[in-house]
Write a protein that binds this ligand. Structure first.
Ligand SMILES: [Zn+2]
Length: 254
């Protein structure tokens, strides 16, 4: 996915909390990079949910980006803290999880039984963590979401494969905080389990976006022309999905 400006959207993506990272501290400092040819000096933006975006010119080297973030780390931390204080109403752990993509809404029950398991029964998600605290439960919730998303997203790909005639070699489901999906040169399509928290239309769009990369591994004019054949309103979806990170619930982020 990319930004929706009219210049060539960037492909640079830095993954933050993916599968390998579920033991990370509750709120690690992580950032994503967006490139823009219009940006001369790097800029940092802190989002209300604590996400950090660095906007740089495409020619900026990773080492320079890291140095820039380090120089500004005190300001970043201060700003994240201010945001956190501004939103005291979000509970550390959700007592309900909405999954609009599949029209489900689940009450969440934390039992404190300590088995480290999650299970669903009759509209309730039972989380058996050792302690009912965010550090224990959030990774369990994220693992549950990944498992739940796998067959659903694979089905969504099958539907759009038939619609577009574009067929990936493999479908992978991961949980990340900066990208909705990706497509590799070897034909592997990766989708973000967090798509279950978006609308069915947005989920469908992300699948189409990634399938079209099987034809064009870039965001060229030809690429967008192909996308528009399957979703004429793609700009609106790009815009919406790029902003969606700002409202991701805390348990999903870290
Ligand atoms: Zn893309």
């Amino acid at each position: 996915m990319s930004n929706s400006s009219n210049e060539t959207p960037p492909i640079v993506q830095y993954s933050l909390l993916d599968d390998s990272n579920s033991n990370a501290p509750v709120e690690p400092l992580a950032w994503r990079v967006r490139t823009s040819k219009r940006v001369r000096n790097p800029k940092i933006q802190v989002f209300p949910h604590g996400g950090v975006e660095v906007v740089v010119h495409p020619r900026t080297r990773p080492r320079e980006i890291e140095a820039f973030v380090r120089e500004n780390s005190a300001w970043i931390e201060r700003t994240r803290l201010e945001f956190r204080e501004l939103r005291p109403d979000e509970k550390a752990l959700p007592d309900r999880i909405e999954l609009p993509a599949i029209g489900e809404s689940l009450a969440v029950h934390y039992s404190g039984k300590g088995t480290g398991k999650t299970r669903e029964a009759q509209g309730v998600l039972f989380v058996d963590s050792a302690k009912p605290d965010p550090a224990e439960c959030r990774p369990l919730l994220r693992d549950w979401l990944k498992r739940k998303a796998r067959p659903i997203l694979r089905d969504a790909v099958a539907v759009q494969r038939d619609f577009t005639g574009l067929s990936p070699r493999r479908v992978q489901v991961r949980l990340q905080t900066t990208r909705w999906g990706s497509c590799s040169t070897t034909g592997t399509l990766s989708l973000n389990a967090a798509l279950l928290l978006r609308s069915p239309e947005e989920l469908r769009y992300v699948v189409i976006h990634e399938l079209c990369h099987l034809e064009h591994m870039n965001h060229s004019k030809q690429y967008w022309r192909l996308v528009s054949r399957f979703e004429p309103d793609y700009r609106r979806f790009e815009h919406r999905l790029n902003r969606a990170w700002q409202t991701s619930p805390q348990w999903l982020i870290g």
